[in-house]
Design a binder for this molecule. Sequence first.
Ligand SMILES: Nc1nc2c(ncn2[C@@H]2O[C@H](COP(=O)(O)OP(=O)(O)O)[C@@H](O)[C@H]2O)c(=O)[nH]1
Ligand SMILES: [Mg+2]
Length: 392
Amino acid sequence: MALTVGIIGLPQAGKTTLFNALTRSQAPVAGFSTGTVQANRAIVNVPDERVDRLAEIFLPKKKTYATVEFVDVAGMANVEGERRESLSAEFLGHVRVADALAIVVRCFQNASIPHPLGAVNARRDVDDLLTTLIITDLTTVEKRLERSTKASKNGDKKLIAEVEFLQRIQHELGQGTPASRLTFTDQERAILDDLFLLTMKPRLYVANVSEGTLAAAGDLLARMTLGTTDVASLVAQAQDELHDVAEVGAQAIADHAEVIAVSAKLEAELNELTPDEASEYLASLDLPQLGADRVIQAGYRLLDLITFLTAGEDEVRAWTVHAGARAPVAAGKIHTDIERGFIRAEVVRFEDLAAAGGFAGVREKGQLRLEGKEYIVQDGDVAHFRFNVTKS
Ligand SMILES: Nc1nc2c(ncn2[C@@H]2O[C@H](COP(=O)(O)OP(=O)(O)O)[C@@H](O)[C@H]2O)c(=O)[nH]1
Ligand SMILES: [Mg+2]
């Protein structure tokens, strides 16, 4: 089960370059926009130090990370770079099914790479992209509203309520409010799930900066999101490329979304080095971790997923479940038999297992818990399931 993060943004923002950095693959990087919708997809491992640490302890034959799928979709502006009021069906086909969105915003300056709307202006681009998403949703809601209104003529209470609800969404979208900002009842939620609205998707803003600005951009965004300094004054003070970064940060905060600075080009280039060369180079730039890794981890967080682990001599593995999943559901990720025949789970916190250096150690310290069917699995649990399948 790989959930999907759609990478969207204006042409030349660096989407495909970022995709390549994320996937360590070589999807073609366009010269000027091709105008056709090309979508690159890849499933990538979610970097997880816990898997690495457990593998050092258990020395398994195999280690397996959780995964997330990224899809890079072109087509948010047409060939001439005009603002597009309606997105192509092909673009929508890819983006509607994504579980979350990574919105790439160009901050890097480079005269030889034309910007489809003229000059680099991150604030305008974010406005433009969000507006496009909202307008697309408005069209979707209006189509459904038309159908529901007709159908409600027979006086069906449920349909009348649906019409009222759709009118409220229409009004809010019309005011420029993304659907994610609104609150819903369960019934309303069910109607929405059916509509696949783009502005309901959790989103992450990726400020694509030049390599020289990367460290400063990271610091600036950290200060902005920590909330210790006034956002507006940080925007006002930031100069040049950092000003664009600050604008992306401010908009992301206003949109209740995460924001990360990357230098897509640098990171794509780093993939051509050996891991040792790459970390040496990163250290020389004062950067602890690749932005690409942080984008993958943030994408994973957006999806409201948690990771539990299994550890043994055969395999150390990270498994994905939705936050709030109970132990048998988690067991079912491994095998349906284990879910069906679930008896109990033996659970230990990753930190305790790592500190004790193995299961014997945590048993001695009494840190291995027995949990039943109602147990809600926590991120970082290391679990072993007891089960019993009777042949029928
Ligand atoms: N200087 C610089 N150039 C970049 C960066 N990211 C992408 N580019 C360049 O911008 C151009 C467009 O990138 P591409 O990934 O094809 O953009 P897309 O249209 O959003 O997929 C390419 O020539 C890239 O090499 C970056 O971080 N810095
Ligand atoms: Mg591209």
